[in-house]
Design a protein. Sequence first.
Lengths: 262, 338
Amino acid sequence: MRPYRAMARLAWRNALAYRVPFLMSLSMLVFNLAAMFALWQALLSDGNSLAGFTWPQMKAYLLVSFVTNCLVSTFTDFAMASRIRSGAVAVDLVKPVDYQKGRFAEALGFALLETTAALVVCTVVLVAFGGVPWPSPGQLALFAASLLAVVPLKFLIVYMCGLLCFWTQNYLGISLARTAISGILSGATVPLVFFPPWLRHVAEVLPFQAITNTPAMLFLGRSPGLSAVSALAVQILWVVGLWWLARRLWHVAVRRLTVHGG
Amino acid sequence: MAPLIEATGLVKEFRRPRRDSGLTGALKHLVTRRFDIHRAVDGIDLRVGEGESVAYAGPNGAGKSTTVKLLTGILVPTAGEVRVAGVVPHRDRIANAKNVGVVFGQRTQLWWDLPVGDTFELLRDMYRIPAADYRRSLGRLTEVLEIGPLLPVLARKLSLGQRMRADLAAALLHQPHILYLDEPTIGLDLDVKDRVRTFLRQLVADGTTILLTTHDIGDIEEVCGRIVVIDEGRIRHDGPVEVLRDALASASSVRFQLSASAPLDLIRERLGDAEVTAPGERELVVRFDRTTRTAGAVAATVMGLVEVRDLRINDEGIADLIRRIHRPDEVTARSGAA
């Protein structure tokens, strides 16, 4: 554990060195949140409900989605991609740490900063726009657990996309595609209940929905009793499965490494 | 005793996309991808014993860096085997990392935006170095590399020489048995080069096994006991640096500028075992053994046969010798003359 704890700590300190780009990307997410708030407020504020969403519930949904958008988004992928492309990854490969665990430790260090920033924004929004329906202690515990599971889940998706740099040597396209696909299929853009049935079925069998849909539904208490536990179990199964898959991908990817000069 | 570093039949091939120039070339590449196989390392056998200091020399693109990356486990070989201290580096990276230190002259392992000391503390935890060992190791390294004042400085603010010394310390904190250095003195000024070399000599004296790639003759002569010359992915020469130096002690050459083209056959006949080459039409180089003939005698012989406009007498350095090893055509010319 000691090496990974140290890596997480240093990643956190390094993130502070990059506070300006961090705040810029955070502000992008905040603007996005503001736009969604304006849109849904116009649709729901006069007491309407759509697909079972009232305005306070939608506020809660948007905030959960904002938090899951913040997690593991700003540093991990571009940092890793640029190290692979520049060949600096060579230095990582002669360190006595497992590559995947090492990157995860760094993502956790960054996540600490991201969580702090997200909580500040949420507090400000709650003060400005009024309250949201607060879940029961049981729901809250399930929600917290699922939010914790979002970190490794999102990390693994980002990590595997980063590994694709061993093939493409260009990351921007991959990152944009990942953001778009994940944004839609996770439910971060629009809740899954608004999807046409076929797209909803597609989304439900993919891991992305566990990023935003699962924690949001748990917070709102929309998955009662056993189905809440099974939603959490699905999330954890995805983490285990993707962890294994990412390892296989790494072993294939590292064989393709070419580092020229120096 | 089994060698510490053992490579057998090592091969590394890269696939290079082949693309014609221009827009049509780019479009064609999208549809039909063609690749050239490039063999950067072509069947290398290398054994390095404990405590040896080996220079790995050769021209750009010869496969020096690729070999180091295969030995450190960064690259996976296309064929052949590597064993370093009993470990296959690319299969067991973590075990291998604990045995070796690596310094890349053109790449840093310091965290760019953090103070140097922070990177050192990270390395302490990464290698699980006990507190007492770390203090001793850091104390020794800061003293001999004079990096004490650099510890609180951000890595990106360091000059190249400072960065190099900090990188050396970073690679040695965990006291590895083996140190690989890929062009460790590239871009450094003479003073810093000298300090780095003195430090490396000291490491060798303390029993660390060193393998360094370099273009710099000084690195070879001052640090290494053995030199391996590689070209086009193959080993061309492998032997003690001393033998090379002894060969140099007796090697000398005279370079002539002539007024007319030289009667090569006649000169060769008169000079017997000396090596006579004509790099240009009105140029002549005679390499000879200083113990059997003098520069004066060589000059007199040539001047008796052709009008000489200018001449220069050189002692040969290791650089010239390596260059000749690199250029098989000149070597053939010599054996043809002998």
